[in-house]
Every structure is written in structure tokens, then in C-alpha cells.
Design a protein around this ligand. Sequence first.
Ligand code: BEZ
Ligand code: FE
Length: 298
Amino acid sequence: MSDYNQDKLTADVVAAFAKTPDPRLREIMSALVKHLHAFAREVDLTPEEWLAGIRFMTATGQISTEKRPEFILLSDTLGLSMMIVSLAQARASGARGATEATEATVEGPFYWPGAPDLPLGTDIGEGVPGEPTLYLGRVTDCDGKPLAGALLDVWSGDGDGKYDVQLSDAPTMKARGRFRTDAEGRYWFWSIRPTYYPVPDDGPVGAMMRITNRNIYRPGHIHMQVSAPGHVMLTTHIFVGGSPYIDEDAVFGKRDSLVVDFDKHPPGKAVDGREMKAPYHSASFDFRLAPAALKAAA
Ligand code: BEZ
Ligand code: FE
């Protein structure tokens, strides 16, 4: 009689990784094998179903390019990206940072390094479809102390739900800029109020979303990376309060603490002194950065 059984198979595969020199890689591979085998057993996976899974992953790889990272989209839509973001924030900032710092969320595929450094108050929404919006607030530490010279690297889609990189094969930067807070930690700039948009749905992940009846839209949001020396860099969004899909973000990135009311104003002088001929919005949000972990003495 064969000594084969499913538990022994799992144990044999885990044992095959036992000589992995890097202990962290050994831990990851062992856990991966155990969870994969447990998954197959839980759903009693058939050969045909596993082949369909392999075909799906092959298609995901085949469509992927630098500009079209389909595996990242898969990770996003399975909620794995947000799980990793949440683990990273807790790990990097410790208990206090995890509870008192501004919540982090997904970076997404549309960050474009090298946005221009601009003076406070610049309008990065000029020529971009969408309703004008004044973004303003402060960057502080977890005690509320203002952080002067903190960097905000900002990007968003437009009022039609499109990012600059989606508009042409040779795009120019739009609705992007880098701002530094003033001596009181304040920032302000103009852009447009972004709207909801679908995640790219013309590939295998889109097919997965359709056959599972999943929502493919993200609520309106503007992305920020906020950094200051001695503090943990924060990648987050401000979400547009009341946006369609605000409670069913396709990538599970929405956090209640990041949802902001975009107040509507009639034409006139805005708080930064800009004379507005048309109605506009303002969105006020303060960022709190966690202290960087102290390095252990060498
Ligand atoms: C974004 O917000 O830019 C985004 C995030 C995840 C998937 C697709 C888009
Ligand atoms: Fe986005």
C-alpha cells in the first residue's frame, strides 16, 4: 500500500525548502506551500479548474508591461495590495503611528515620478476638465506640531475620470505637482475635483471582475505622497465625499478617515486671495506623519 497521503505531500514540499539559506525566504515559501495546498483541498480543486487558473495567470503576464501592470491590478482587486499597505504602515510607524498618523492607501499604477516643483497656490488643473478646487491644510507630526518644508507629491485623474497617462501614447504631465509646506506646515494649491473612474478592465482582471459581478469603479480621489525628514513617508488619497462608489471601491482603498466634504463656493475671492469668476470647491485636509522608527544602535 502506498504511503502517499495529502498531509505527507504538503510536509514533503515544505521539507524540500528546508535548506533555503535565507530564513525569511524559507518562512515565506513554507507558508505559501501550506496555504496553497490547504486552498486546493478546501475547494476540492479539479484539474480543469487549475488549468483555467494557470491560463488566467498566463494571460495576466502576457498583457503586462511597465505601463500596464496587470499583476498589480490583480493584487489591488483581490485586496492584497491594501493588506500589504496596512501591514507596512503598522510595521513602519509602530503602535502610535498606526493609530494616530493619517491612514495610508494604495499608490495605484498612475504615479509618475518627476512632477514639477511648484510654488504654493499654483493651479495644476489648468486646461484639465473638471471643476476648480482649492486644496488646503497642514502637515504635522502625531503631536500636531507643524512640519515646515514637508513635501506633497500630488496626482489625480481629471473631472472625466482619466489620468494624463491614459490620454495618449506620448502623454504630457497634467494634474501633477510637488509642493512644500510653509513655515507653519501649511499647504494650498488648486486643481480640479476628480471623479470616479473604472480600473483598467480590458484585460484578464476585467474579465475576472465581470464574471464575478464585481464593481470596477473607484470613487473620486486625489493621490498624495507626503514626506518630511525624520518621518515615515505616507502614500494616501483624499476621497471626494458623496462620490459615486464611495462605499464600494473596486480596490478596497477607501478609508472613512480620508473622505472629505468638497465645499461648493459661489464666484468671488477664495481664501488664498484668488479671484474666481466661476463657482469652485474647497477641500481641507490635515496630514499627520508618524515618526521614523529609531534605528537600533550599531
Ligand atoms: C488608482 O487609484 O490610481 C488605482 C489604484 C488601483 C488600481 C487602479 C487604479
Ligand atoms: Fe487613482
